[in-house]
Design a protein around this ligand. Structure first.
Ligand code: GLY
Length: 324
């Protein structure tokens, strides 16, 4: 098959404080790299960006290491409520679900709503959609997340939870509240799409709405697409995904848009990260948090952000060869 545009792909499994030691880094690579390989080969074989994003998000949601789908954290009342959204850069249409329970892949509901006149549904509406689509009920609770919640309750909710990766020995306790998954894809037609999914912050009030089902956390035009992770309230305050995408849409390079947006985020003491692609194939990531769990395929090989030193806020990969 003739490839018109070299596909590009970047995914993330959250942000947080530094992963402890090599074991942590390698464990995260073992989760992220097979997903990059499978989704990138789909893109190479002509799968469109939105379908590739769907598959990538499903795989990340199914990995209990990440705070989305299976392995989602529990809210203050001990329940799992998940949020997810998709944006197609070509049609510039956003769709999503907020605080949905008892489904395996919230991203499936977000995708189903792409063709609906009502494109963002919350709890009861999302549950009704799952019933209409005959999606079987599913319990994404894992033993580790339950134990985390019980421990927090015993400590009278003093400590934080929702480690960015659900393996206690891999992460610092302060990794709380930043877990999310996201996928950004550029297909062989040069079309962009993005998807983001989360179990939320952990221990949040019932009804708290995550950035992951808002344009602040997940946004695309035909020029650029961005998925965010980190403290949802910080992402909303910066309207981060929209801020970066609109800057590119208005003519800034992706690198300039990310640099400007993350400089502002540092000034505002925000705690988050983001991954991005533009229509020219530039790949970018940014973080104010210590660690960003992202991996990408640049058309030549897989790379990641797992060992980026502290103080490096933004990275941009322009082609198979160069990175800045
Ligand atoms: N960024 C995920 C959340 O705060 O819900």
């Amino acid at each position: 098959m003739e490839i018109k545009v070299q596909p590009k792909l970047i995914i993330h499994g959250g942000a947080g404080s530094s992963l402890k030691g090599k074991g942590g880094v390698e464990a995260v690579r073992r989760s992220l790299y097979p997903i990059i390989e499978e989704v990138y080969s789909l893109l190479e074989s002509g799968t469109n960006a939105k379908e590739a994003v769907l598959r990538g998000c499903q795989m990340l949601e199914d990995d209990p290491c990440f705070n989305a789908g299976t392995g989602s954290v529990l809210q203050s009342d001990g329940q799992i409520r998940m949020s997810a959204s998709v944006m197609d850069g070509t049609s510039q249409s956003f769709s999503g679900v907020i605080n949905v329970s008892r489904v395996k892949n919230p991203i499936d509901l977000a995708i189903a709503l792409q063709s609906s006149p009502d494109r963002v549904l919350s709890d009861y509406g999302a549950a009704e959609l799952a019933r209409e689509l005959q999606i079987p009920t599913y319990n994404g609770l894992t033993e580790l997340r339950l134990q985390e919640w019980i421990q927090e309750r015993q400590d009278n909710f003093k400590r934080t939870m929702a480690g960015v990766v659900a393996e206690a020995e891999l992460v610092e306790a302060s990794n709380a509240r930043r877990g999310t998954i996201g996928v950004v894809a550029l297909d062989t037609e040069g079309k962009l799409a993005v998807g983001t999914s989360t179990g939320g912050k952990g221990f949040e009030r019932i009804g708290r709405v995550s950035d992951s089902a808002m344009p602040a956390g997940n946004y695309a035009t035909k020029y650029a697409a961005v998925s965010c992770t980190g403290i949802g309230e910080d992402i909303i305050d910066e309207c981060l995904a929209v801020r970066v995408v609109i800057r590119v849409t208005d003519g800034l390079s992706l690198k300039e848009a990310m640099q400007r947006s993350f400089t502002e985020a540092q000034e505002h003491k925000r705690d988050f990260g983001a991954i991005a692609l533009d229509a020219s194939g530039a790949i970018a990531w940014g973080k104010t948090s210590e660690a960003l769990l992202a991996a990408y395929h640049n058309g030549d090989k897989i790379g990641d952000t797992l060992e980026i030193p502290m103080g490096t806020e933004v990275g941009c990969i322009f082609s198979a060869e160069s990175s800045v």
